[in-house]
Design a protein. Structure first.
Length: 249
């Protein structure tokens, strides 16, 4: 089932066409990786898909509905969650409070302005569930700034899960992780795809080829190829584009 679809998306910044006529789909139960060297247009693409950046042309559909003009908050409320290249947490708050705040953004109750937010049982339950799903339940009371780098990246995913998304847009979630942390997060992604459509932008090619169901290769803002990991690995154009830059596993 297609949850998110981009059709002929382009984005122009002055004289620079960051993405050019890009089309792709995100399917429920699938990890769809987007790879490419720096400047290929990957982050611009994810910004367009989540609504942070408007496309110059093209169309974005969420579960069959045209959302091209929707803002990022509106798409988030409709089920599009994302993480960023840089860690974006509330470092002085506990792990649970980070997730509770994210849940409250989804479970808005403007009529309850006189009730302390921390007493909201529904957002607290959502936070607890998201931490359990992300493997951080035993760190619930820890101050976020004290977590390891890998645990902070897990927390970002937990915060994203607390918003009850159907689509996860993950921008380099493995950046800076060690081997053990990477293995743990990859297992989490495999588990998450059962209930979500996952877009993964990542430079770790071993990781990409080990967990992805489909891979899209971008070069200079355009799609060079899309296919299974085996098809991408055997693609002569991909091999030529990345010769000396990325060693495909």
């Amino acid at each position: 089932m297609t949850l998110l679809a981009a059709s002929h998306i382009s984005r122009q910044f002055g004289g620079l066409r960051a993405i050019d006529d890009v089309s792709l789909t995100l399917e429920h139960g699938e990890i769809h990786a987007v790879i490419g060297t720096n400047g290929a247009g990957k982050s611009t693409l994810i910004n367009v898909l989540c609504g942070e950046t408007a496309p110059t042309s093209g169309r974005v559909e969420l579960m069959g509905r045209d959302v091209t003009q929707w803002s990022q908050p509106r798409r988030a409320l409709a089920g599009v969650g994302r993480t960023y290249q840089r860690t974006t947490i509330f470092p002085s708050l506990t792990v649970h409070e980070n997730c509770r705040l994210s849940a409250q953004a989804q479970l808005q109750k403007p009529w309850s302005i006189l009730s302390p937010a921390k007493r909201c049982e529904s957002s607290a339950r959502s936070a607890t569930r998201s931490l359990e799903r992300a493997g951080l339940a035993d760190m619930s009371d820890a101050i976020a700034s004290t977590l390891s780098h890998g645990a902070k990246r897990q927390l970002e995913i937990a915060m994203c899960l607390a918003t009850a998304p159907r689509i996860l847009l993950l921008d380099e979630p493995l950046a800076g992780m060690g081997a053990e942390e990477t293995a743990h997060l990859l297992q989490l992604l495999v588990e998450l795809k059962n209930d979500h459509a996952v877009l993964l932008i990542e430079h770790d090619m071993d990781a990409v080829f080990s967990v992805s169901d489909r891979i899209t290769v971008m070069v200079n803002g355009r799609v060079l190829a899309t296919g299974t990991p085996a098809a991408i690995r055997a693609n002569a154009q991909v091999q030529q584009a990345y010769l000396g830059e990325i060693a495909l596993p």
